[in-house]
Design a protein around this ligand. Structure first.
Ligand code: ADP
Ligand code: MG
Length: 245
């Protein structure tokens, strides 16, 4: 994979929801690409359409208009089983609330994506061990999610998102519930994944300080992408924050 590889492309995506007897536009003609090697931030206030956009890119929801192309495959040309297969290979999803399975240990949670892909238990075990080591959380392997801090749960969730080594990481406000030191650690991990050139990351956040770590920032307002800001590495955080504000 070269650094220019387009992992996901959205063309003029629109989505509305039926609510309260009327239609609410959640997203209007949103277009973007995410390439391998880049960290792209999606910023906007609550209700601006961030979660809707991530769900459409992952094929978890279908647009009313427009198209998503994931690893070169137009999702609308695939049946639902094909979308599930493609998603499990292509996308690692990280949630605001971690979404770990309470009945499984940390090691089992991390291996779950591989088990769902029907890979042998030994493979899942081995990959979990590798990720636990890489992320320096080996001591958590046998614990259950309710025995972890929020930050530890999110580290486990990041490891789980990487289990199948998907090129595209979609993270939906992953640091919203974390203290600032832990949040920095999670964002640094996502930054490093992009810098490896093996992954592209799209990170929804309403924290501009988090967004300042990105290569590009897309600003959503009322379901529309109203601005794209390119950030050069090494610029003073204050300058970047001023530009994003
Ligand atoms: P964000 O993640 O930026 O907070 P969302 O994508 O969750 O924004 O929501 C965008 C808009 O779509 C909001 O007005 C929200 O109320 C509406 N919306 C999102 N999901 C649903 C749903 N399942 N049913 C009805 N309205 C929804
Ligand atoms: Mg959201």
């Amino acid at each position: 994979m070269t650094e220019q590889t387009i992992l996901v492309q959205a063309d003029a995506l629109s989505k509305r929801y039926h609510a309260g007897g009327g239609w609410v536009p959640a997203l209007t003609e949103a277009s973007l690409v995410v390439r391998a090697g880049e960290l792209v931030a999606l910023v906007g206030p609550t209700g601006s359409g961030k979660t809707t956009l991530l769900a459409l890119l992952a094929g978890l929801e279908q647009p009313d208009a427009g198209a998503v192309t994931l690893l070169g495959q137009p999702l609308h040309a695939l049946n639902s089983d094909q979308v599930i297969d493609l998603r499990s290979q292509a996308v690692g999803f990280i949630y605001q609330n971690y979404n770990l399975f309470p009945g499984f240990t940390v090691r089992e949670n991390i291996g779950l994506p591989l088990r769902l892909m029907l890979r042998p238990p030994f493979d899942a075990q081995q990959r979990s061990g590798q990720l636990l080591a890489e992320m320096n959380i080996m001591e958590l392997a046998s614990r259950y999610p309710d025995e972890l801090s929020g930050g530890q749960q999110q580290m486990v969730a990041v490891a789980r998102a990487l289990a199948a080594n998907p090129p595209l990481i979609l993270a939906d406000e992953p640091t919203a519930n974390l203290d600032s030191a832990t949040a920095r650690q999670i964002v640094a991990r996502l930054r490093a994944l992009a810098d490896s050139g093996e992954h592209g990351v799209l990170l929804a956040t309403h924290d501009l300080r988090t967004a300042s770590q990105a290569d590009r920032v897309l600003t959503l307002r009322d379901g529309r992408i109203v601005k794209e800001t390119l950030l050069q590495p090494g610029r003073a955080t204050q300058d970047v924050l001023a530009e994003l504000a």
